[in-house]
Design a protein around this ligand. Structure first.
Ligand SMILES: O=c1ccn([C@H]2C[C@H](O)[C@@H](COP(=O)(O)OP(=O)(O)OP(=O)(O)O)O2)c(=O)[nH]1
Ligand SMILES: [Mg+2]
Length: 144
């Protein structure tokens, strides 16, 4: 599929790192390095603007390596980029470690997945069909 994109950054346009990758890494587009103190959150620009086809969304998700090694994650994960959004794609990072984390221009800070989605319409009814599960949830089948 093709997606219209404007890359206003001085970084490479995101691409798939391996043949079957689900996500494309997003790079920070910052003039000066950004410091995230412990438990601090910051919105990091990417310089990317896109026009998703209607029926598609982009999900902004954390990179596991940054999470494991530095406690860096995407606070609103998965972030949702709507098909009618024309602004800059930004990444809301939070530092869940006890040390400062530095973001430099070009750093791969998150990944983006393009996904199909439905738009539902409600059918309001009086009764829902009965099932074996019923209202059971939150571990009601046991935890092990
Ligand atoms: O991680 C994100 C999440 C959102 N957005 C942009 C694209 C998205 O289409 C728009 C709105 O996002 P969302 O619906 O999650 O935010 P909201 O708080 O509900 O704002 P709004 O009232 O503008 O929908 O912000 C990003 O750039 N990065
Ligand atoms: Mg919204």
């Amino acid at each position: 599929m093709q997606i219209k994109l404007i890359n206003q950054s001085n970084n490479p346009t995101p691409g798939y790192e391996t043949v079957a990758s689900a996500g494309m890494d997003l790079r920070a587009f910052v003039e000066e390095k950004v410091i995230l103190k412990p438990f601090e959150r910051k919105l990091i620009p990417t310089g990317l603007f896109m026009e998703l086809p209607v029926g598609f969304e982009a999900q902004v998700r954390p990179r596991s390596g940054l999470a494991l090694k530095h406690g860096i994650t995407v606070l609103n994960s998965p972030g949702t980029i709507d098909a009618d959004y024309r602004g800059e794609v930004k990444v809301l990072l939070i530092n869940l470690s006890d040390t400062n984390f530095e973001v430099n221009n070009g750093d791969r800070i998150a990944q983006m997945i393009i996904a199909k989605h439905e738009q539902a319409e409600w059918l309001e009814v009086e009764i829902l069909s009965s099932t074996e599960r019923g209202a059971g949830g939150y571990g009601h089948t046991g935890l092990q």
